[in-house]
Design a protein around this ligand. Structure first.
Ligand SMILES: [Zn+2]
Length: 488
């Protein structure tokens, strides 16, 4: 049979200003039709695993679009239209079924549910009776529209996400069975009014370990095909935002619904355990880091670019400026396009006077003057060294490493991940030579910087990915919602 395959992955953050454009995707992964091979998103991706399984089962794989972005600001409306057009383009009446690798928590300007819009359009073009299987990140915001259009839903069961292949292969295996008429999949969704920051989204620890193990137990039951627990990315201010459980069953709606309710109720009962205690302020974290044996990785939780923050926080920079001990240097980064272009154009050795940050004086990204010497200018791409990001590249745009007293700052134009030292190394800085190195994540840096230092401190900074969700101005989220409201 002819099976359409595609991928669309964007974890949006609605607290980050601006829009993610097709150009932003092109700077990461954006391939169309015949440009796509099974490994377009890496050899261990869901797409690769699903593609191989479908091909091995004898199906003709028809690639549509492979679009992947690191977490970012919401999608531009015209970019969503282009995604929908390209994914559905191969539907000429000859397609028997479809598999899509989705992250599942995109938001677009003017559309709270891009994946729902995409799947609804795909269903309309395919027609009824042609199965659609999707695989999701367990931080997906799964919506009723997505469930209405999809016949099979699978999701990661690990966090950090290391079961990408299992997730893609499971979706493809069930799609193959549905195409052959061996199963008649139905999908049910259940939710509870809770969102939580990602610190305790770790399946190697309780309570998530037991919850994810229960997904596998459900799948082992006769008649249940796939079960997923979705902790949702919390930094999207949309109606319906909450933890969800999704179960695919063979022909039995009520069975699927009962299993999904059972799963989400277990998570609901454990909700308090997913709220981490408040971390140290940026000043406390910097003081502790400087007092420890170097190097220490200081994670800026509020400016986590792998959660969709821009990377433009000046909180740590402002705390560090004025420190002048050349034996205890601090390495950090800030996204500031105009300043990056000025420093890059000035070139190595030049003395520059810059302004980074665009916010008010009390904002996480408060406007901050920066005077120093350009140590290195760079405008290119680098490859992440983080074990979970192998194969992904990022481009800095105009960038410069600027020395300002004891602080070395990478000022760069484009948002990139700082879950490993690859950005700093691209600018010629050796993180091991510093007393303190900034990371921009809640959890991922532990793996990405492990070879630099095991000593890490997570600072409770502000910004679009703050761990203290009550600091963010949600306007459209459901009410009541844990942890904002106490719910019995
Ligand atoms: Zn995730």
């Amino acid at each position: 049979m002819r099976v359409l395959v595609g991928a669309f992955a964007l974890e949006a953050n609605t607290f980050a200003p601006g829009a993610t454009t097709v150009d932003d995707f092109r700077a990461q992964v954006w391939r169309v039709g015949a440009e796509i091979g099974p490994d377009a998103l890496g050899v261990r991706s869901e797409l690769a695993a699903a593609w191989r399984l479908l091909a091995d089962a004898g199906h003709e794989v028809v690639p549509s679009l492979a679009a992947w972005s690191a977490p970012r600001r919401p999608l531009a409306a015209d970019a969503l239209a282009e995604v929908v057009r390209l994914v559905t383009e191969p539907c000429d009446g000859s397609i028997d079924g479809a598999y899509l690798m989705l992250h599942g928590s995109a938001v677009a300007h003017g559309d709270d549910d891009p994946e729902g819009t995409l799947l609804t359009a795909l269903r309309a073009r395919l027609g009824p009776g042609r199965p659609i299987a999707i695989s999701l990140d367990c931080h997906a915001h799964l919506t009723p529209a997505m469930v209405a259009a999809a016949d099979v839903v699978t999701a990661y069961r690990t966090c950090p996400h290391v079961d990408t292949e299992r997730t893609g292969a499971e979706a493809a295996r069930l799609l193959d069975a549905a195409l052959a008429g061996r199963i008649r999949p139905v999908v049910a969704l259940a939710s509870r009014p809770m969102i939580t920051p990602p610190e305790h989204h770790d399946d190697r620890r309780e309570p998530l370990r037991s919850l994810m193990a229960h997904c596998a137990e459900l799948e082992a039951e006769e008649g249940l095909l796939a079960a997923g627990l979705l902790m949702v990315q919390p930094w999207i201010d949309v109606p319906g935002l909450s933890w969800k459980a999704v179960v695919t069953a063979d022909g039995d709606d009520r069975r699927a619904r009962r299993a999904a309710e059972d799963l989400i109720e277990r998570a609901w009962q454990a909700r308090e355990a997913f709220l981490p205690p408040p971390g140290p302020s940026v000043g406390e974290a910097l003081g502790a880091a400087l007092a420890d044996r170097p190097p220490v990785v200081l994670a800026d939780a509020g400016d986590a670019t792998n959660g969709g923050a821009v990377g433009d926080s000046t909180e740590l920079l402002r705390a560090a400026l004025g420190l002048s001990d050349p034996e205890r240097r601090i390495l950090l980064s800030v996204v500031a396009p105009p300043a990056a272009r000025v420093a890059h154009a000035a070139g190595e050795g030049a003395h520059v006077e810059l302004t980074v940050g665009t916010g008010d004086p009390d904002a996480y990204n408060a406007r901050t003057p920066l005077t120093g010497v350009v140590l290195r200018a760079f405008d290119g791409t680098f490859a992440y060294t983080h074990p979970a990001n192998a194969g992904y590249r990022a481009s800095t745009g105009a960038a410069a490493l600027v020395r300002c007293g004891a602080v070395d700052v990478v000022v760069h134009a484009r948002s990139v991940g700082v879950i490993d030292p690859a950005l700093y190394e691209a600018l010629g800085a050796d993180p091991a030579a510093y007393a303190v190195v900034q990371a921009k994540s809640h959890v991922s840096h532990r793996a990405g910087f492990a070879h630099v230092s095991e000593r890490t401190i997570v600072a409770a900074t502000g910004g679009p990915t703050t761990a203290d969700l009550t600091r963010l101005a949600y306007a459209r989220r459901p009410r009541p919602l844990f942890p904002f409201d106490q719910i019995r």
